[in-house]
Design a protein around this ligand. Structure first.
Ligand code: MEZ
Length: 530
């Protein structure tokens, strides 16, 4: 499967593996990391960002592709929408059917709220389903939420909103118990103790996993729970605009049936945006590990309704996307591969960085290796570096790969690559949106009765997220939003429904001289040949 050039380089990887099994490059100093990031991390490439001209974050920079959507035309003409006779009338409307939406739905249902989930694809078609390596929680005797906090706060460049991160780490052990109670099968030793591993930037082994399909295991359990409770789920139905009431509070959404194109109106006492990330916008031309529906819709809906964004200029490029073969270009190669002992090696067989630096540092280091240092391995899509998977079995013994990362083994085996015997080629892939809508610790935005959970939230992780803290945040903040939105709904009398904010946004757009026919939210990725 590998080209001759790749096989030549692979010989050097094998020789180095035999020579120095235990040698690991030292970790970088803070100064080295800062210089590396500023020079090579895509977040620092100013030419790829645009300054917003309208809306709550006017004057701030965001990726050019996101700016175009945030400032685009609405998909609806308010004059054509009849809000007087809603198709649905619920207490809590949840937009998005991934892990955060499902967790929110379960808690809102627990609270007795009339709850409804709308999702533009199907329940569970979401980034949660794609998550592989695990979920963090400090529940071992040598660990504590305080240590978890310090790891995540440092890894996020000290930018996380302290109250959000505090909630994340403190409620993590309970999140694991909650998931276990619902039926998630985490990996355990023979005596029933949870198996935990390191991730990049963790000082304790606190990654709980279900092999290397942790997200699928969590999502199938949450989806079953939502369906078993008979919480209404409207599939293939996208929210294309939020509805406010005459007091400026979130009060529902305009929905679009993705198949029939029918417009429907949902009225609600509170609304939760749980629409996930933006990988399918392919910022800076990167491939992505994300689900097909990751097009930043929730940010657009919230922004147009007046909710502020936080850190929308920071994205996560997972260091190890598959760089070869082309059929899986950009697919996630879980960080767990490095947790289990695989090292990152350049074309000359040199281990050029510590394998468990934080993700932004690791991604920048690989980009540097493949660009200025000229030490990448040529691939059809550009360059890659080796991830020396056979190291895993040297370290952990024969059978470790099949037992701990079977999905990874199968993904490459389809293309004739046996990762137990041969290393694989990797390059950064667009993985996660660090920024999103700004919330307080009750999950609410600055728009009354508009809550957000999951990847659409900004500020939980600061400017870089550690592995396993996203599966955690969808549970902690999904449940939090479900509980608080349903509690709040008990006291809400919805006023007259309006789309006045959509009309005002259009006027602001016109006044700023923004033209063009782009409409948003985008809903689906655009793969037409240009
Ligand atoms: O948290 C993540 O993004 C994660 C667990 C990814 C992975 O490498 O498996």
């Amino acid at each position: 499967m590998y080209t001759n050039e790749m096989l030549e380089s692979m010989k050097k990887v094998e020789a180095a593996r035999d020579a120095n099994t235990d040698l690991e490059p030292r970790r970088m100093t803070a100064e080295e990391k800062d210089t590396l990031l500023a020079t090579y991390h895509p977040d620092y490439k100013d030419s790829e960002f645009a300054v917003l001209e309208i809306g709550p974050n006017k004057g701030e920079k965001v990726p050019t592709e996101l700016a175009a959507l945030l400032q685009a035309k609405s998909r609806v003409d308010p004059a054509q929408i009849d809000l007087s006779n809603p198709d649905y009338d619920v207490d809590v409307l949840i937009i998005g059917g991934g892990g955060a939406g499902a967790s929110a739905a379960i808690e809102a249902d627990n609270n007795g709220a009339k709850t409804m989930v709308v999702t533009k694809l199907r329940m569970g078609d979401a980034n949660t389903m794609m998550a592989e390596g695990g979920i963090q929680a400090a529940d071992k005797p040598n660990d504590s939420p305080a240590v978890h906090y310090l790891d995540a706060f440092g890894g996020g460049h000290f930018a996380a909103k302290p109250e959000l991160l505090y909630k994340l780490v403190n409620e993590a052990p309970e999140a694991i118990q909650w998931l276990s109670g619902l039926g998630v099968e985490f990996d355990k030793d023979a005596d029933g103790t949870m198996i935990t591993t390191h991730g990049g930037g963790t000082s304790r082994k606190r990654m709980h996993a279900a092999k290397d399909y942790s997200g699928a295991e969590i999502m199938r359990t949450l989806r079953d729970e939502v369906l078993n409770r008979q919480i209404p789920v409207v599939d293939f139905t996208a929210a294309i605009e939020l509805i406010l009431d005459d007091q400026g509070r979130a009060a529902g959404a305009v929905l679009l049936n993705m198949e029939t194109k029918e417009i429907l109106i949902a009225k609600a006492k509170t609304v939760i945006i749980a629409t996930g990330g933006a990988g399918r916008l392919h910022y800076q031309g990167f491939p992505t590990s994300n689900h097909y529906g990751a097009t930043a819709d929730g940010l657009v809906l919230g922004y147009r309704a007046g909710a502020k964004l936080l850190y929308a200029d920071t994205l996560q490029y997972h260091p190890t996307g598959a760089a070869y073969p082309e059929q899986i270009f950009g697919a996630l190669v879980t960080e767990k591969v490095r947790s289990l002992g695989a090292k990152l090696i350049n074309v000359d067989g040199e281990a050029f960085m510590h394998p468990l630096e934080t993700r932004d540092v690791s991604a920048a280091s690989i980009i540097r290796e493949c660009s200025d240092r000229g030490k990448g391995v040529p691939t059809p899509g550009g360059y890659g570096v080796w991830l020396d998977t056979p190291m895993i079995e040297r370290k952990g013994g024969e059978g470790t790969i099949e037992k701990r990362i079977p999905a990874m083994m199968r993904m490459f085996a389809k293309y004739g690559i046996d990762i137990r015997k041969e290393p694989i080629l990797v390059y950064p892939t667009l993985h996660y949106q660090n920024g999103g809508l700004d919330i307080t610790d009750d999950g609410m935005t600055g728009v009354e009765n508009l809550f957000v959970a999951g990847e659409a939230v900004g500020g939980i992780h600061g400017r870089n997220r550690l592995m396993g803290n996203s599966l955690l945040d969808i549970i902690v903040f999904g449940r939090n939003a479900g509980k608080n939105a349903s509690a709040k709904a008990k006291d809400v009398q919805v006023g007259k429904l309006t789309l006045e904010h959509v009309t005002s946004f259009a006027k602001e757009r016109e006044a700023a001289g923004i033209t063009g026919d782009v409409v948003s939210p985008q809903l689906l990725p655009d793969y037409r040949r240009k």
